[in-house]
Design a protein around this ligand. Sequence first.
Ligand SMILES: NC(=O)c1ccc[n+]([C@@H]2O[C@H](COP(=O)([O-])OP(=O)(O)OC[C@H]3O[C@@H](n4cnc5c(N)ncnc54)[C@H](OP(=O)(O)O)[C@@H]3O)[C@@H](O)[C@H]2O)c1
Length: 438
Amino acid sequence: MSEALRVGIAGLGTVGASVLKILRDKGEMLTRQCGKEIVVTAVSARDAKRDRGVDFSSATWFDDPVALAKSNEIDVFIELIGGDEGPARASVEAALRSGRHVVTANKALLAKHGVSLARIAEDKGVLLNFEAAVAGGIPVIKALRESLTGNTVSRVYGIMNGTCNYILTRMWDEGISFEDCLADAQRLGYAEADPTFDIEGNDTAHKLAILTSLAFGTQISADDIYLEGISNISLADIKAADELGYRIKLLGVALKTESGIEQRVHPTMVPVESVIAQVHGVTNAVAIETDLLGELLLSGPGAGGAATASAVIGDLADIAKSRPGFQHGPVFGTPAKALAPYKRAKMRAHEGGYFIRLTVHDRAGVFAAIAKRMADNDISLESIVQRQSASNQPEATKTVILVTHETTEAAVKKALEGIVKDGHATDKPQMIRIERAG
Ligand SMILES: NC(=O)c1ccc[n+]([C@@H]2O[C@H](COP(=O)([O-])OP(=O)(O)OC[C@H]3O[C@@H](n4cnc5c(N)ncnc54)[C@H](OP(=O)(O)O)[C@@H]3O)[C@@H](O)[C@H]2O)c1
C-alpha cells in the first residue's frame, strides 16, 4: 500500500463537515478504491470550539487557512470557505504555489480568478479540481473537461440554482406567490437569509461562466453575462405560460455563434414537453449540445452537504489515484495559456422568440394599436390573445398576451416603449424569452 494522502480542510461548515463525515464513515472503502489511505491531518475554520458533529481532534487546528495551505503536514488542500477574495483566494493561491493539489467548491472564486489559478496549478504541475463548484453533486465538470474531449459544443444551458427552481416549481404547482414561496424556501433552509444572490441570478452566472470556459475553450468572462432574476415573475406569467404550453425556469445559457459567445441568465419559457421542463424543486440540470453527441442532459442534486461533498470526495479520490510524477491534465480542459480570449457575440435575433404580457385599458382600438407597434418594429407574431382582467380591478383592464417569432431584443423593447407611450398599458409590460429545449 502506498503512503497515505494527507489532507487539510479549510472551512468546516455545511460542506466541510459533510466531507469529514464521509471520510470517517467510508474510509475503508476509499482506501481500497484509491490504493492508499486518505487522512485528514489539518483543519481550519473560524471557531475552534464549535461542535461540528464529527470528531477531528486528531487533526492539527489552524486559525489561519493560509498557514494551513502552506503547511508541510498536507499533500492536498481542500478549500470550503467560500468568497471570491479574502482567505479563500489567499489560501488556494498559497497551496498551489507551494505545490499542493487543491480541491474547491468555490464557484465565486473560480468565476473571478479561475484562469489565473489554473495557470499557477499548471506551472506547478498540480491539480485544481472543482467539480462541486457547478451544480453540486452532478459530474458536469468532468463531463465537459474529460468525457466530451473531441466534441464541438454549440450550447450549454441549465437550471443551476435550486432555490429559484424550488420557488418557480411551487408557484406553478400550488399557485403561491413569489414572496410566499421565497419565505417558505427560507424557512426550509433552501434559501439564504439574504437571497439576493440566488434569486437575482448571480449564483447561476458564476456557474455559467465556468461552464462556458470549459465548453468553448475560452477565458472566463463572468462580467459579460446578461443577468435577470426571477423576482418579477408573477402568478399571471406562470398561468399564461401554462396555457401556452410552456414552463418558466431560470436558465443559464451559453452558446457559440459565428461572431462570438453569448452568455445569459434569465427567466425562460421552455416547452412543457422538454426534459428540462420536468426538472422540479431543488434539482439542477445541465444540458450540453455537441456535434458528435447531440444533446446530453445531466440532472441531480445541485446543493446540500452530502451531494456537494460527494463531488469533493470524487475530486479528492482522483488525486489519491493519480500517479506521482505524471503530467496532470489542464484545469479547464485546455491548457490555461491556450484558452482563447473571450469574444462577445454581436447582437442578433433571439431564436426562440418572446412572450409578452400586457395589462391594458379596456378601450376600443387598443388591440389594433398593439399589433401596429409590433408590425412597425418588424416583429411577426405567432399568437396574440386578450382576456378580461379580474372584475375586482378599480378600472376595466384587459390582459393581452403575445408570442413573437424570432426577433431581436432591441425591436421588442422599442415596440413595448411605443405601447407604453401610447398610454395603453396600465402596468409595466412583462417580457420573457422562449428557449428551444430538448
Ligand atoms: N452548501 C452548499 O450546498 C454548497 C453547494 C455547492 C457549493 N458550495 C460552496 O462550498 C463552499 C462552502 O459552502 P458552505 O455552505 O459549506 O459554507 P458555510 O456553511 O458557511 O461554511 C463556511 C466555513 O468557512 C469557515 N470560514 C469562514 N471564514 C473563515 C476564515 N477566515 N478562516 C477559516 N475558516 C473560515 C467557517 O468557519 P466557522 O464554521 O467557524 O464559522 C465555516 O466553517 C462555498 O464556496 C460554497 O459556494 C456550497
